[in-house]
Ligand binder design. Structure first.
Ligand SMILES: [Zn+2]
Length: 565
């Protein structure tokens, strides 16, 4: 008797998926793997790179077609080399896995914000704090990270490579590398004039080759900081510090307010048409410097640069930690120095002074979900000022106008310009909504600064005082498709480099220093920069040291008799 076999029941989907997963993705060799993965990156993760390359180099001609083709080959070879040079298969997969994740986030921030993945951007990424990360996270980023990052990063481990001896693998890779380099160099040689223009005139474009740019920049960053740590002893460039005899018995109090991401173009005091400085505009004794250039386009550069004795032209951020800075000179001269931080830390500047971190302070009035408004740093100020007996410097490191979540920088009652963009996804807001939200942050900074000045003024019977405010860098608000900041300085738009700066002096301070009325206001029209900060603060504190440069002291020339003491 024959038994009829049962017709096979269709397998349930879960089983079929499991079988598919177990079978893996077939691939003929390591070389095919490297070039396959690289092709995916080049085609799907490099939209910004191709946009910028085309904008820079494309014109309808045979030469241009040849150049773009050769650029494609060159970029493909560079990406593939990152994988082919991994010594083992396991490392090659691990590298591909990691780079998918890096590339996914890189693609998002380059496309949405016009970000550039240079060393400075990597420094910002490495030095960022949880609240900054939270400010950048949204459903789009997460979805992007999962679909284009995590999923392919896992699939990489399911690629089935043939069992071949290491000799065969090595041979295949070596041959592929030689051929690929020959083809790439051949293309570069054939289009050498185009490449000369491309590399010389359009430098920022190469910082968008995803994910090579991030890897190269991270290696550069690590190499730089490794060098700095190797030479540990602290250098004191300032030497002996001298104090001019004070003409007043009152303690001197200086507030140094380091702003964040405020650009000069949106300051009413500098001529902006909107009322973004309603409170400061009413305050006497205040001088606004309408032409101030920043040292860097990121916090990580500008903050250490401000407190360094070196001008921008000589300043090297990797070496900054090796030098004593402005705060050290103030301490040495006997000042009480305190750093109050509502931003992402002092970038090494406050290493040897009192540091109060206001981030995620459990303060019901000023803080919500690990985000505090800048006024949190002022809460105990009247009390602090009452207790001051000695000369004191307090630095306030603001959160200011830090993006992209501008609407999180000010309490709801300060939403003066409406409708304001209430999202951290700027691409979902209109230009007007973005500008409104940003202007609200400036108006809130106006309120914070005016409050600080009022507090100093109220204490003026006991204290002589002065406030200096300067922003660390500016911000792009979508002009030419560029948002936020951190572009390489040479290519950054003016909006990222032109910052607001102001000096307020109490009447007691004017008498004490014998300042000529209106003198500062005349100086305020000339071009100045972050280079002036170190020397102006030192001079304002009646100090001089070996690196003090009177030409960079904004106040020195305003003392009666030219201030030559
Ligand atoms: Zn900043």
């Amino acid at each position: 008797m024959h038994t009829q076999p049962f017709p096979a029941a269709p397998l349930p989907l879960s089983v079929r998926l499991r079988e598919r997963w177990a079978a893996g993705i077939p691939c003929s060799s390591d070389v095919a793997f490297a070039f396959g993965v690289s092709f995916i990156w080049l085609a799907l993760y490099n939209v910004r790179f191709w946009q910028l390359s085309a904008a820079a180099m494309w014109h309808p001609s045979a030469g241009s077609v040849l150049f773009m083709t050769s650029l494609f080959v060159l970029a493909w070879v560079v990406l593939a080399l990152l994988l082919l040079l991994s010594p083992t298969r396991w490392l090659m997969r691990a590298a591909a896995s990691l780079m998918f994740v890096i590339a996914a986030f890189g693609a998002y921030f380059m496309s949405e914000y016009g970000a550039i993945m240079n060393t400075e951007m990597m420094r910002n990424v490495v030095q960022t704090d949880p609240s900054e990360v939270q400010g950048l996270l949204n459903a789009d980023v997460v979805l992007h990270g999962v679909l284009l990052g995590i999923v392919p990063a896992l699939l990489v481990w399911r690629v089935r490579l043939p069992e071949t001896s290491w000799r065969t693998q090595l041979g295949q890779r070596a041959l592929a590398i030689v051929v690929a380099l020959c083809v790439a160099f051949g293309g570069m040689f054939a289009c050498s004039a185009n490449y000369a223009t491309f590399f010389r005139e359009h430098k920022p474009v190469r910082y968008t080759l995803n994910p090579v740019a991030q890897i190269v920049s991270l290696v550069g960053l690590a190499a730089g900081s490794g060098k700095a740590k190797a030479n540990a002893p602290l250098i004191d460039p300032a030497g002996k510090i001298e104090r001019r005899a004070a003409t007043s018995a009152k303690p001197l109090v200086m507030f140094l307010v380091i702003g964040e991401t405020a650009r000069a173009a949106n300051f009413q005091l500098g001529g902006y048409a909107r009322e973004t400085n309603p409170e400061l505009a009413q305050i006497s004794g205040l001088t606004y410097f309408s032409n101030t250039a920043s040292c860097g386009t990121s916090t990580a550069i500008s903050v250490p640069c401000l407190f360094s004795h070196l001008p921008r032209s000589d300043f090297k951020v990797d070496a900054a930690d090796r030098y004593k800075n402005l705060l050290d000179s103030l301490v040495q001269a006997g000042f009480d120095v305190q750093w109050r931080d509502n931003n992402s830390g002092c970038k090494g500047v406050c290493a040897r002074v009192t540091n109060i971190d206001y981030n995620q302070k459990p303060d019901a009035q000023y803080c919500r979900d690990s985000n505090c408004f800048d006024a949190v740093m002022l809460e105990d100020l009247p009390e602090t000022l009452r207790k001051i007996e000695r000369d004191t410097v307090i630095v306030f490191h603001q959160k200011g106008s830090h993006g992209p979540y501008y609407s999180e920088r000010y309490p709801p009652e300060f939403e003066k310009f409406q409708p304001a963009c209430r999202s951290n996804q700027l691409q979902h807001c209109s230009q007007q909504e973005i500008t409104n939200a940003y202007d609200n942050t400036i108006a809130y900074t106006d309120h914070v600064l005016a409050s600080q000045i009022r507090m100093l003024r109220e204490a003026s019977s006991r204290l002589d005082s002065l406030l200096i405010y300067v922003s660390d860098h500016g911000e792009s608000l979508g002009e030419n498709g560029i948002y936020l900041h951190g572009m390489p300085y040479a290519f950054a738009p003016e909006a990222q480099k032109e910052v607001p700066m102001l000096i307020w002096t109490s009447e007691g301070y004017v008498r004490r220093e014998q300042l000529q009325p209106d003198c500062l206001r005349t100086e305020a029209r000339t071009p100045v920069s972050h280079d002036f900060f170190y020397h102006t603060v030192l001079g304002a504190a009646e100090l001089r040291n070996q690196v003090y440069d009177r030409r960079l002291d904004l106040i020195a020339g305003c003392r009666r008799g030219g201030g030559s003491e």
